[in-house]
Ligand binder design. Structure first.
Ligand SMILES: Nc1ncnc2c1ncn2[C@@H]1O[C@H](COP(=O)(O)OP(=O)(O)OP(=O)(O)O)[C@@H](O)[C@H]1O
Length: 340
């Protein structure tokens, strides 16, 4: 069987390729040129070395235009309107498990593979063995139909085990390479990226829940819901947290910790791996947030309301709310609002 393996020049996809070959698959690597700002030349040099070591052919495809429109512009726009985007989740849906799937036929492959840390039984995705590296949260949006065609060779390994394998097969320099950034198209920090599109450093006022001016902020794109630092209050009161971002008025709304607690979260763009309109789930509102008991109710094909039995904190517009049954991924959606 021929497998089209997404290769990035990193250790994870290198070892994933090796593991596929060990299992007897015929592997073709594919490097996608996603964002213009990324140093493709450097990545391709790494892939060249890796492919020589492991022994596989690879192809290069340009998806810059789609990435620009579906991921990069979405990312900039989200910050501009005061939301907190999740470009990796968007990229997985649109690019890595979207356009990518179109290349299977072109390269005469029956399956696709990537070095994501997640497990797949062909029907559902499950959290990876390595809970610290698990990427299931970022995969909530991929289409259920493609699951039988996707292999994740790393799901049953820890990152340390992957590094060990890398060393064993002569890829030491990759095993010790510094971990890639969270967001592949950001070299420095995201504010620098935003500066190319709007002024993210336009200072504004901080208000309390009643609308009273109590301080200054350095530009609303610097903040996300739940953040405690980075703004100046006139008086050093007890801790204040960002509870709202009003991009139009260029205001940051702050409050106490309890003001962050939300029991109802509204979602759009919901994607489900199960066929139910109402179900209990453990849901999380951010990648590193705890999974909390909740009931998910679909309101239309793509909109849902999540009722949390214990309050969720740090609920930000633009982030994903992802549903689990134990380790099994049930689906998720994009947060569009929340209430107490
Ligand atoms: N430019 C790319 N072209 C093709 N596939 C890619 C590309 N970038 C990432 N991938 C695939 O997506 C997987 C997960 O990407 P992520 O950015 O999370 O990588 P990572 O965990 O740093 O992995 P790696 O060590 O392989 O870079 C990679 O292991 C790889 O299979």
């Amino acid at each position: 069987m021929r497998v089209l393996m997404g290769v990035s020049g990193g250790v994870d996809s290198a070892v994933a390729t090796y593991l596929l070959k060990q299992k007897g698959y015929e592997v073709i690597g594919i490097y996608l040129k996603m964002h213009r700002g990324v140093n493709h030349k450097e990545n391709l040099e790494k892939i060249e070395k890796i492919s020589k070591k492991i022994g596989f052919e690879y192809v290069v495809e340009d998806v810059e235009e789609e990435f620009q429109k579906e991921v990069y512009e979405y990312f900039v726009k989200s910050y501009e309107v005061g939301a907190t985007p999740n470009p990796c989740a968007m990229c997985n849906r649109k690019i890595k498990f979207g356009i990518f799937m179109n290349f299977l036929e072109k390269y005469n492959c029956q399956k696709a593979a990537t070095g994501h840390y997640v497990r797949n039984d062909g029907e559902f995705l499950y959290e990876a063995k390595d809970k610290n590296k698990d990427q299931s949260y970022f995969l909530f949006g991929i289409k259920k139909e493609i699951l039988p065609k996707v292999i994740f060779p790393l799901g049953d390994y820890t990152k340390d085990e992957i590094k060990e394998i890398a060393k064993k097969i002569g890829l030491d320099e990759f095993a010790n390479q510094k971990e890639s950034q969270d967001i592949c198209f950001i070299d420095t920090n995201y504010i620098e990226v935003l500066k190319n599109h709007f002024n993210p450093q336009k200072k504004g006022i901080v208000v309390d829940k009643s609308g009273k001016k109590i301080g200054y902020h350095k530009g609303y794109a610097f903040y996300t819901i739940g953040q405690r630092k980075g703004f100046n209050l006139f008086k050093a009161h007890k801790p204040h947290y960002v509870i709202g971002i009003d991009a139009k008025a260029n205001k940051l709304i702050v409050g106490e910790k309890k003001d962050l607690e939300k029991r109802t979260v509204f979602l759009k763009g919901v994607n489900l791996f199960i066929d139910k309109n109402e179900f209990a789930a453990l849901s999380k509102v951010r990648y590193r947030a705890p999974k909390l008991p909740s009931v998910v109710k679909m309101e239309s094909k793509t909109k849902a309301v999540v009722k949390f039995l214990e309050p969720a904190v740090g609920v930000a517009k633009g982030q994903a709310c992802v549903f689990y049954d134990g380790e099994k991924l049930l689906g998720g959606g994009w947060i569009r609002g929340a209430k107490k």
